[in-house]
Design a protein. Structure first.
Lengths: 112, 93
């Protein structure tokens, strides 16, 4: 496989912010229901996050799939660690694990 | 072969599931990016399989994604999934 040109941009994003969401659209204007759900969950928990709109760049859009070995967007990273996509984030949230996970990772949760 | 049948065939081969439900949710996504006129673009699968034993959520979904790599890079735009072991499935009912 040839070197992925988006890799350094992706690494830069996930290492310079605690919580990074690769999504379609923006938190204000999500372009996909799955991305929207993850935005809502993070906002509900009061987690600040950096969002990367994959629709802005085909390189990132394809690159993040290869980087994470994950074929779909959204994708959530916390402290450089891949957490999962919409199903996983929602499941963790519904089972009350996501708040603990974020707290354990040292992510500040601001009460809404 | 219809996409749903392909999904069934591949997941059956890869995971030997006890339970396999495949729901085509494409209609809910009509007009949305990635939706196709003939449907079969957005699926939800529920899988109960021993293959998930001892695996975390990410690894479970990776197993499914790998089995369906061809479909995911082609007609299937979105795949929501529930992945449980037989023990977990028994505990939740």
């Amino acid at each position: 496989m040839s070197e992925n040109p988006a890799t350094s941009a992706i690494k830069q994003a996930i290492s310079s912010h605690d919580v990074v969401l690769f999504m379609k659209g923006t938190p204000m204007f999500p372009q996909c229901g799955f991305s929207q759900q993850v935005v809502q969950i993070l906002s509900h928990l009061g987690a600040q996050f950096k969002s990367v709109n994959v629709l802005d760049s085909d390189e990132i859009r394809e690159g993040i799939k290869v980087y994470s070995d994950w074929p779909t967007v959204p994708q959530l990273y916390v402290k450089n660690e891949f957490v999962g996509g919409c199903d996983i984030v929602r499941e963790m949230f519904e089972q009350g694990e996501l708040r603990d996970y974020l707290a354990e990772k040292g992510v500040e949760l601001v009460a809404a | 072969m219809a996409v749903a049948d392909k999904i069934r065939e591949k997941l059956t081969q890869a995971l030997g599931p006890r339970v396999l439900e495949i729901v085509d949710e494409s209609e809910q996504h009509q007009g949305h990016a990635g939706a196709r006129p003939g449907g079969e673009s957005h699926f939800r699968v529920k899988i109960v399989s021993e293959a998930f034993e001892g695996l975390g959520r990410v690894e479970r979904q990776r197993l499914v994604n790998r089995a369906l790599a061809q479909e995911l890079s082609g007609p299937v735009h979105a795949l929501a999934m529930e992945t449980r072991t037989p023990a977990e499935a028994a505990g939740s009912t």
